[in-house]
Write a protein that binds this ligand. Structure first.
Ligand code: SF4
Ligand code: SF4
Length: 172
């Protein structure tokens, strides 16, 4: 019988650092500027990303130094994942924390880092990174209307399975 993958047999807290990192599908949604409605506490995403975000690769340009470079970058841990309420429903950490499995388009299943983009789960080439040194706080103070105009529609529901099997690359 085939051995079950680590994310099905280990809790988030039991995973090695390497396993933990491999869970990130590279969707980039946690790097978007978010706005929270003070009354409803509803969080909406914009189409603006952190200034360290590379829109083309959909990855952080300084991942190892990110917490020093961007003080409000949030480090995901088994504990913080339980508390953060703005992770997208497709996020692997959120899915596993909620007792769900990974979607069939997840790179750990397809073996292809591009599969997250084909599934439409990522923000690649659909966002603009804040210019270096341009603080979100300053932007919010000076141009809240401009910031509101950047609110974008991203999937609120989970991104469905794509019907591919493990190791099977799709052509579309
Ligand atoms: S939302 Fe989750 S899966 Fe997507 S980039 Fe952030 S941590 Fe990775
Ligand atoms: S520092 Fe990197 S990981 Fe953190 S929000 Fe910015 S782009 Fe994303």
């Amino acid at each position: 019988m085939a051995e079950r993958p680590f994310w099905q047999v280990k809790s988030l807290a039991e995973m090695s650092a390497e396993e933990w990192e491999s869970l990130c599908d590279g969707c980039g949604r946690c790097c978007l500027v978010k706005l929270e409605d003070e009354d409803t506490e509803r969080v909406v995403y914009t189409d603006l990303a952190c200034h360290m975000f590379d829109e083309g690769t959909c990855r952080c340009r300084a991942y190892e130094e990110r917490l020093r470079e961007v003080p409000d970058c949030v480090q995901l841990t088994p504990e913080t994942v339980q508390k953060i309420d703005w992770l997208p429903p497709s996020c692997a950490y959120r899915r596993l924390a909620e007792g769900r499995d990974l979607p069939d388009w997840h790179p750990l299943i397809t073996g292809d880092p591009e599969s997250v983009h084909r599934a439409g789960a990522s923000v690649r080439d659909r966002v603009e990174a804040l210019e270096g040194g341009f603080s979100l706080v300053l932007m919010a103070e000076n141009d809240m209307d401009g910031l509101m105009a950047r609110i974008a529609e991203w999937p609120e529901e989970d991104v469905p399975d794509q019907g591919s099997r493990p190791g099977e690359a799709r052509d579309d």
